[in-house]
Design a protein around this ligand. Sequence first.
Ligand code: PGA
Length: 253
Amino acid sequence: MTNKLKYFIANWKMFGDLKSINILNRVNTFLIKNLKYSKNTNVIFCVPHTLIYFLANTFKKKSLLIGTQNCHSNRTDGSYTGSINAKMIKNSGAKYIILGHSENRREGETNKIIRQKIDSALNQKLKIILCIGESLREKKSKKTFSIIKKQIKDSLSKKFKLNNIILAYEPIWSIGTGRVPKSNELQKTLKFIKENFRKLFKTRNFPKVLYGGSVSPKNVISFSRINEIDGFLIGKDSRSSKKFIDIIKNYYK
Ligand code: PGA
């Protein structure tokens, strides 16, 4: 059920300017100099749309890849002021896209809209990082599994190229709060996600599932004991090269 190759994915949210290239330069140098980490990791920086082209061009053929966050659901160009579609994103040089983040679900994004976005992004051969997870209220009323199950079922389709989809379990109550799930609970949930996905879509392989929510250099040590984790989606601590590098180092300690 485990994959050897681990993902360390930065979710920069609404952060970053041209000077942010320094963060990527330092991470890139670290990976080049430390083969023992780079050979086991897939490092992806999901940056705002404004930085895709610049960073994707600078880091062509380097040890890290550029992705982004969110897109409009429409496959083609159209009258959607302020929006960007998957075709434009692909054209700018991104390889990955985060979709279904709770911060966008909070703004009204439904599983149906997410499914349309995934469809259009897959059509552009982008790899998807699909965020799923329950709120604190749902957790307290023991609805975690049913919420996750519905998010997976309603935002994906058997017709999708499922190998190009990575799931990121991000409990909403963990994002930016410093609170993380207990190891045994997290392990159970990740197992549930993998098994449910395989059963639902009748796939041979288990999907890759990341954990996201307040991942830090300190708490990543405890996550390294959970075999079901295929990597991390890192928000705040991905905006510091030191913290991001320490997360990778500490995971393999
Ligand atoms: P955080 O964000 O690491 O700052 O909690 C994670 C995310 O929202 O993807």
